[in-house]
Design a protein around this ligand. Sequence first.
Ligand SMILES: O=C(O)C(=O)C[C@H](O)[C@H](O)COP(=O)(O)O
Length: 219
Amino acid sequence: MSKKETVLNDIIGQGTLPLFFYEDATVSLEITRTLYKAGIRVFEYTNRGAAALSNFKILKKAQQEEMPDLQLGIGTIKSAAEAEAFISAGADFIVSPIVNPEVGKIAAQHNLLWIPGCMTPTEIYLAQQHEAALIKIFPANILGAEFVSSIRDLFLGQLFIPTGGVDLSIDNISTWFKAGVCAVGMGSKLISKNVLEKQLYDQLYSDTVKLLEIIQACR
Ligand SMILES: O=C(O)C(=O)C[C@H](O)[C@H](O)COP(=O)(O)O
């Protein structure tokens, strides 16, 4: 199985893709360890600040030494240069808030999964033309699950992951799965500002275990 297929299978199997960014490297590492301890095996660090690349390298080292079965992706990749930099640092997959075909081409050259963010059918079509096996519906809370129900028959077989504003409630998550998505992205509702700033690792651990239980119940 190729790396791309492995990561895609891991995201589908896990049913959720947690994501976060925090400037402090030590906190970023502890959050990653906590997610892993709670059962997360694929997650996305985001390129949202000056320290993103240096922090990512620290997470990558910890992945290699302590969490070898973790898939560590990078999100908020908008340009080819950003994609190259994080792939050189060992990114296992690439997530974008937009569809930049140049990013898709670089991911494809490295046989890595690229998850572009789409808000319209035209963007979904463009992403498919550049071999996006999984498409992020973004921002998910603005589009709503009905957006996915309305367009999925136009893109038969296409895998979708809504991201942005997905919360930890079973009602919200089950609505997305009923609409036909294969997983849900989970950022600030799981790894909140409060969790990051006050280092509430125990709370994050129990919320993550709860999230994984909700995912199981929704499928
Ligand atoms: O830029 C990217 O590549 C992203 O992945 C964007 C994030 O998906 C959302 O900003 C997360 O939104 P919340 O779950 O509401 O915190």
